[in-house]
Write a protein of this length. Structure first.
Length: 82
């Protein structure tokens, strides 16, 4: 009835190695190398994505302010009604 999912094709000349999950360390060098590396990469890229985000935020708030101001009625248009 066909091949099983793990044996769909024979691949020659490929060597795979595996290590038992019980022999692996889940978070090796997490505090000594991981967190400083994240901080370094964040500092290096903050000037690439922060200016566009600030411009987008300022444009969004300006657009909402203009929209809300455009919804208001002009009191000068209703002075002579009474």
């Amino acid at each position: 009835m066909g091949r099983h999912f793990g044996n769909l094709a024979k691949v020659r000349h490929v060597i795979t190695y595996s290590l038992s999950p019980f022999e692996q360390r889940a978070f090796p060098n997490y505090f000594s190398k991981g967190i400083p590396n994240v901080w370094r990469r964040f500092r290096a890229s903050i000037f690439k994505f922060a200016p566009p985000m600030i411009v987008m935020y300022l444009t969004y708030t300006w657009g909402n302010g203009v929209y809300e101001q455009g919804k208001r009625k002009n009191p000068a248009d209703f002075e002579k009604e009474e």
